[in-house]
Design a protein around this ligand. Structure first.
Ligand code: SAM
Length: 294
């Protein structure tokens, strides 16, 4: 492809180079701000999954505008698995946002203070298997939200890339437990053909006794007393054994004669599967297809 053909095909790619942004994604954050005013009053921000750094560039420029005379310079922490070329006014951490150590490094950077804004443009390497891609993306959002609960001040905002897959409403419901307002934004610079969008979560307001943690409830929560998920983070529902406890144990093997009254008689299933996925394979086997193919 010639150098100019991508400029022609992708106007935001071209504009990013003309305006000095490291990636076209800069426009997505700028357009989210046009609608939601997310930078207003922000002096401390965290940029998760930041490489190559166009969102950090945007943050650096916009937060500088908020700086009052005599005020400390804005604080911006950018994190990515990959190394990033340095950017003035941006502290860079190379790390994995799913790790507690990364959350701790970010927290320590603010010396006990809190961030006003956390943004996350994280995306896994897409496999093309939509269910898998959406699942991995959801894990990244969970990690970003976990870090956010450690560093965001009450009232602060969180913006994160999501994939609008079939289970996305569950994510909105989960985010609503932490933020008073949740929107989904599709900036013009985000291609219509992409299922990408951005959740814009405003007014951070976690459940009253929520304890920030980095546990992934699907993957790494041990049962028992060492389980780190406690208090309102943990919902325990009654586990009820049902059925007559004198009945058959489903894990046992029993002799075929289980009743003194009725002799054992082999029976077909009441309803055979009508279109099982293995049907075609059985037909091919019956037609000796596999031997003929050899
Ligand atoms: N917002 C960036 C910009 O404007 O330049 C672009 C971000 S890029 C679309 C997605 C980034 O997510 C990649 O740089 C990738 O390394 C990062 N990433 C993916 N998984 C990550 C993880 N577990 N921890 C940290 N970064 C991660």
């Amino acid at each position: 492809m010639g150098k100019s053909s991508k400029d022609k095909r992708d106007v935001y790619y071209r504009l990013a180079k003309e305006q000095g942004w490291r990636a076209r994604s800069a426009f997505k954050l700028l357009q989210v701000d046009e609608e939601f005013d997310i930078f207003r009053g922000v002096t401390r921000a965290v940029d998760l999954c930041a490489a190559p750094g166009s969102w950090s560039q945007v943050l650096s420029r916009e937060l500088q505008k908020n700086r009052q005379e005599g005020q400390e310079p804005p604080q911006i922490v950018a994190v990515d698995l990959q190394a990033m070329a340095p950017l003035a006014g941006v502290t860079q951490l190379q790390g994995d946002i799913t790790k507690l150590s990364t959350a701790e490094q970010i927290v320590s950077h603010f010396h006990g203070g809190r961030a006003d804004l956390v943004v996350s443009d994280g995306a896994p390497d897409v496999t093309g298997l939509h269910d898998l891609d959406e699942y991995i993306q959801a894990q990244l959002i969970l990690a970003a939200l976990n870090i956010t609960t450690h560093v965001l001040r009450p009232g602060g905002a969180f913006v994160a890339k999501i994939f609008r897959g079939k289970d996305v409403t569950l994510l909105y419901a989960q985010l609503k437990t932490f933020f008073r307002t949740v929107h989904v934004a599709k900036p013009r610079s985000s291609r219509n053909s992409s299922i990408e969008a951005f959740v814009v979560c405003l007014d951070y307001n976690p459940p009253r006794d929520y304890v920030p943690n980095m546990a992934n409830p699907l993957m790494d929560v041990p049962y028992g007393p060492e389980n780190p998920i406690v208090g309102s983070n943990r919902v325990i529902v009654p586990f009820v054994a049902c059925g007559d406890l004198r009945g058959f144990d489903s894990d046992m093997t029993y002799p075929l004669e289980i009743s003194d009254c009725e002799p054992y008689q082999a029976r077909d299933p009441t309803q055979m599967p009508i279109s099982p996925p293995y049907k075609r394979a059985l037909e091919m086997k019956r037609a000796n297809f596999y031997n003929k193919a050899l």
